[in-house]
Design a protein around this ligand. Structure first.
Ligand code: NAD
Length: 362
């Protein structure tokens, strides 16, 4: 069942095209701050309820990032693996045409599960307006996420959080869970600032070296051998062990629910910056807060991606994107951490309070 409250959802509608058998759903949660922003998820099981939950997450994310975007999301019920390239193209085109009355006026799309740059090109062309979606190829004004906008933002959230705790980035031992798009950029920028990378993981395992891991060597090994565990020097452990290692800062940048209640007694970090989405449940965050571990929440720290989407939407440049990511992430992290400290609540609660206020007062 979809929950309705003072924030939305404002519009929910299902679309169908008899020719291609395209079936889709759009949930426009809240447009008070601007058109609802959110990706198109293509899976065989996507439901209006799932789409509505994700649309609400976007309402908070865009409000907290202080962007003139509301929250929305859409879904296409289809099995990506069973479709030919032509069938998938026809379905995306049918979906784009069906939702044109609200897109981009009330809804601006983006990639999500099983939709990427190629699908955004098809979608924007079928819609006839390049503002219909972000995540387009560079030739159509897209700002590729390979530039590292999210990791760059997570890095700035980490810097603000380090300062908030009165720690010094120079020589600070830190670990990074996941060495993909987000994690590798965080590791790069923090090591450039003199922090000491002591542990890093990927799906194959965790590499631990308390003396420090050389970032450039690590990046080369990862691209040549496909895993951080091939780095010469250090101990190789199971991926999950990373979260227990001795590092003042832990950055999550891979899978959901990596930290559970059962892990609490073994966590040594003073600060956890959530680069990935939902690396732990709210209960775990609450328990860590009580234990005195500062947790900078995902939608505060990893807003770089959505900020980059906004720059693409207004036709801005890569330079403008990096500037805005830095400014907004720094400012929002600072406000959230200070409010949390003042009110003696966990940062996620302070962030939610701020997001709600920003939707109500806009
Ligand atoms: P990615 O696919 O580029 O990288 C993921 C990395 O995690 C890979 O190195 C992979 O080997 C590693 N990994 C997989 N399973 C692991 C495990 N069990 N333990 C340790 N490492 C493991 O993904 P990404 O784009 O870097 O995204 C990472 C997280 O950040 C996801 O939760 C994603 O939803 C979130 N996020 C990403 C963006 C973005 O713009 N890329 C924006 C917001 C949030």
């Amino acid at each position: 069942m979809i929950n309705f409250d003072e924030f939305g959802p404002e519009k929910i509608f299902e679309v169908y095209d008899p020719k291609t058998k395209m079936r889709g759903v759009v949930v426009i949660d809240n447009t008070k701050r601007g058109p609802g922003k959110g990706g198109i998820r293509m899976t065989p099981t996507v439901t209006p309820e799932e789409v509505a939950k994700l649309a609400r997450v976007m309402t908070w994310k865009c409000a907290l990032a202080d962007l003139p975007f509301g929250g929305a999301k859409s879904g296409i019920i289809a099995n990506d693996k069973e479709l030919s390239k032509e069938q998938k193209k026809a379905i995306i085109e049918a979906f784009a045409k069906a939702i044109k009355p609200v897109c981009p006026s009330m809804y601006v799309a983006a990639p999500d599960m099983n939709t990427a740059e190629e699908e955004m090109e098809i979608f924007a062309k079928a819609n006839g307006d390049m503002k219909a979606c972000t995540g387009k190829p560079k030739k159509l004004g897209g700002i590729p996420h390979e530039l590292g906008s999210t990791g760059f933002g997570v890095y700035h959230a980490a810097l603000v959080s380090i300062k908030h705790l009165g720690l010094n980035v120079k020589g600070l031992p830190f670990s990074v869970e996941g060495f993909g798009n987000v994690g590798s950029f965080v590791a790069k920028f923090l090591t450039q600032d003199g922090a000491k990378l002591v542990a890093v993981s990927d799906s194959k395992g965790c590499l631990y070296n308390p003396k420090g891991i050389d970032f450039q060597k690590l990046e080369k090994i990862k691209s040549e051998k496909g895993t951080v565990t091939a780095y010469p020097g250090g101990k190789v452990l199971p991926s999950k062990e990373l979260i227990y290692l001795d590092a003042d800062l832990l950055v999550t940048a891979a899978i959901p629910n990596i930290i559970t209640m059962g892990d609490l007694s073994k966590i040594k970090a003073k600060l956890i910056v959530e680069g990935s989405n939902i690396p732990m449940t709210e209960d775990v965050e609450e328990a860590l807060h009580k234990k005195g571990v500062l947790v900078t929440p995902d939608f505060v720290a990893n807003a770089g991606g959505v900020i980059s989407s906004y720059i693409e939407y207004i036709g801005g440049t890569e330079k403008e994107m990096f500037k805005m990511v830095e400014e907004k992430v720094k400012k929002n992290t600072k406000i959230v951490l200070e409010n949390a400290q003042e009110k003696k609540i966990k940062p996620r609660d302070a962030a939610m309070e701020l997001a709600r206020q920003r939707v109500k007062k806009f």
